[in-house]
Design a protein around this ligand. Sequence first.
Ligand code: ATP
Length: 321
Amino acid sequence: MRSYSLIAPAKINLYLEILGDHLSGEIPQPDGFHEMVMVLQSVSLTDQIDLRASGTDAIRVHCTHPQVPNDASNLAYKAAALMVKRFPDCFARYGGVEITIHKQIPVGAGLAGGSSNAAAVLVGLDLLWELGLTRDELQELGAVLGSDVPFCIAGGTALATGRGEQLDVLPALPNLYVVLAKYRSLSVSTAWAYTTYRQTFGDSYVRRSDDLEERRQHVHASPMLTAIAQRDGTKIGQRLRNDLEKVVLPEHPQVLQLREAFQQAKPLGTMMSGSGPTVFALAESQTHAEQIQAQVKGAIANSDLEFWIAKFNPSGIQIVE
Ligand code: ATP
């Protein structure tokens, strides 16, 4: 039986700006789609996904992490089900697949762990079924599963607009280090964060211009993109932004405290990732990262707090065997 193992990296948001709650010309969507400008960065905190042609006619998912479902609600399962639907002849020829997820990326953490797992299944089934899909074709499939999935396929550094699924590759960044921290027992629902943001700040964006060109100029004038073009880690650190902090930090005082402790530790910059509750800090070296981690651990002595030190990852899904 053929098998593949793939490495699926987490991402952080270097920039997350919410422009509005509908795309130009569209009626506001009750299910919470927002028009976004994001800068996404892969990091070297990864899951491993093993795929094996099972010879049965079923998709099966195994993951021992208590918060990850092993049924059809798992994003990796959904990715395989989408491939079965799109390529029924391959499914008939090769049969079902066993998907084993070795989870290291914290769950419900704003690090796109589930999306990255789904991206790995798309890439892996393309190989297992000898489809030869292009990256664009894989990303189109990924967009059906979730707006972070297309980014997770290609990885590296990218500007994401629209609902987050329209990607422009950005120049690879200097090899910065990232210290990540999260309270083990805390997770934040992405849907809750966006709904609360809309309820609280919706008045300020529903009247935005519908002029697409004006919005495009707004995106490209972003100081963060200038800092990235200059590959300047210090400026990147100063220009981090995440609009969702405005709803998540007041709701979770311990995340606010963590964010403040990171700030005190003199990083290049610190921010919450995605809808949280993971907070990250950028560092210029391994030593700098270790100093930041030690200082935050000293400031908040709490055994529920987990830390990781990672590096910027220049790519997305990687095949290991
Ligand atoms: P994002 O940053 O894309 O919003 P996240 O990092 O906040 O994602 P995930 O770790 O992807 O969140 O998990 C969100 C939810 O999805 C959890 O409730 C989890 O149970 C469920 N889930 C389904 N499939 C997976 C998977 N393969 N890995 C992790 N979580 C999964």
